[in-house]
Design a protein around this ligand. Structure first.
Ligand code: UD1
Length: 416
């Protein structure tokens, strides 16, 4: 296992290129199961979750070639099994369920277990697919699904689930007849999947709204497609500029998709401006705490909650951070407190009172975005911070220590 050693206190200056989006690339990779022709993808980030997906696609019968962000997937004779060994390391594996049922009419996918950031059930995925004609049973920790031919249906999600909307979109693209998804997730990554499917010949209307209408087609064609830039990686680097009192130019920063985050950072006192090809972020003076509530898009993203909390730890005043998407997403709090942060949790809300300085300490990451928050805190803290269990970070941030070192951070990776 690796750890990151950070010597904090350097204002970061320079420019960083934002990578392709992990959360947009994953469903697009799974959507390739829907095709019998090759798919060529660009801007696919070199991340652990992407390689896990490639392994899984391989086991399902697709040949994948990945090199420097370019990926070719050649679907072959499909097999229905997604084994527990892979699914347990990445919940998004459940996204093969809809495409497998649509293509071959059966699937055996390990049930993703409890996850560090909450129970995260898949009931909405199953409910929707059942309405489309699939039948499921649970056997020895696996979801066994089968169907004759999926048909269109009207599916109303209990909550706007990103993965649920993506699974249903993929299934409906090849189903017989029309599907209406109500209360669908509107996240930009869902839009990116819709754009990919449309490029392949799918008939989809209403993307970007909570009501999506899909008319199934007989087959989809192979295409070349470029994955959107990662708004959460970009948001994390915006915070890096703020927390170190530096100035960063983020190339390919998806400014529109980050609006709720940028507005909050401006409320805190940061200057974030759109410039040709990206965004420029800096501090205009001392920052102040604000209140933040996470919500489905276009609300403030839960995937930026931990990073903004790290920033508030060093801002003036006090603010409430309310997590309303996941029930257990404050695992970074005790670690930030060990670095000198003043945070008190009450139910779904963390009350942050800004302090003058954080102090470097050995801390442990326990989820992807929490890990990013600890790195950010380490960049601003006095002394040395050692972030262990960096494999969480490697799931979602491409070459993070190289990108940060290139703008002045004193950061290195070591084997534990
Ligand atoms: C995706 C993102 C993740 C992000 C999350 C919310 C990927 C690979 N991951 O996760 O980074 O934090 O969206 O923006 O894109 N729920 C149910 N039943 C279901 C499905 C979801 O109760 O069948 C609940 C979840 O427990 C959670 C909420 O709905 O409380 C939102 O989850 P969802 O949007 O599905 O998140 P993911 O797709 O897993």
């Amino acid at each position: 296992m690796d750890k990151l050693i950070i010597e904090g206190g350097v204002p970061l200056t320079g420019s960083i290129e934002i990578s392709g989006s992990k959360n947009a690339a994953l469903p697009v990779l799974f959507a390739s199961i829907l095709l019998s022709e090759p798919v060529r993808l660009r801007n696919v980030p070199n991340l652990r979750d992407i390689h896990t997906t490639l392994k899984l696609l391989n086991m399902l019968g697709c040949a994948c070639e990945y090199q420097k962000g370019q990926l070719t997937i050649r679907p072959g004779c499909l097999l229905p099994e997604a084994p527990y060994d892979l699914v347990r390391t990445m919940r998004a594996s459940v996204l093969c369920l809809g495409p497998l049922l649509a293509r071959i009419g059966h699937a055996r996918v390990a049930l993703p277990g409890g996850c560090a950031i909450g129970a995260r059930p898949v009931d909405q995925h199953l409910k929707g697919l059942e309405l489309m004609g699939a039948r499921f049973k649970l056997e020895k920790g696996y979801i066994l699904g089968h169907c004759r031919k999926l048909h269109g249906a009207r599916v109303t999600f209990d909550m706007p689930t990103v993965g649920g909307t993506e699974n249903l979109l993929m299934a409906a693209a090849l189903a017989e007849g029309e599907t209406f998804l109500e209360n669908a997730a509107r996240e930009p990554e869902v839009m990116d999947l819709v754009n990919f499917l449309i490029a392949c010949g799918a008939r989809i209307e209403g993307q970007g709204t909570s009501r999506i209408h899909i008319t199934g087609v007989k087959a989809l064609r192979g295409v070349e497609y470029t994955v959107m830039p990662d708004r959460i990686e970009a948001g994390t680097f915006l915070v890096a500029a703020g927390i170190t009192g530096g100035e960063l130019l983020l190339r390919q920063c998806p400014v529109n998709e980050l609006e709720s985050v940028i507005l909050k950072l401006r409320d805190m006192g940061m200057i974030v401006s759109e410039v040709p090809g990206g965004a420029l972020a800096k501090c205009a003076g001392p920052l102040r705490c604000v209140d933040v509530t996470t919500n489905p898009y276009p609300g403030f993203p839960t995937d930026m909650q931990a990073q903004v909390m790290a920033l508030m730890c060093l801002a003036a005043g006090a603010g409430a951070v309310e997590e309303s998407v996941f029930e257990n997403r404050f695992m970074h709090v005790p670690e930030l407190v060990r670095m000198g942060g003043s945070i008190r949790i009450s139910g779904h809300t963390a009350m942050v009172r800004g302090v003058r300085r954080l102090t470097g300490a050995p801390v442990m990451a326990s989820d992807l975005r929490g890990a990013a928050a600890l790195v950010l805190a380490g960049l601003a803290a006095g002394g040395i911070t050692e972030v262990s269990r960096v494999y969480h970070l490697d799931r979602g941030y491409e070459s993070i220590e190289d990108k940060l070192a290139a703008v002045g951070a004193r950061i290195r990776r070591e084997k534990e």
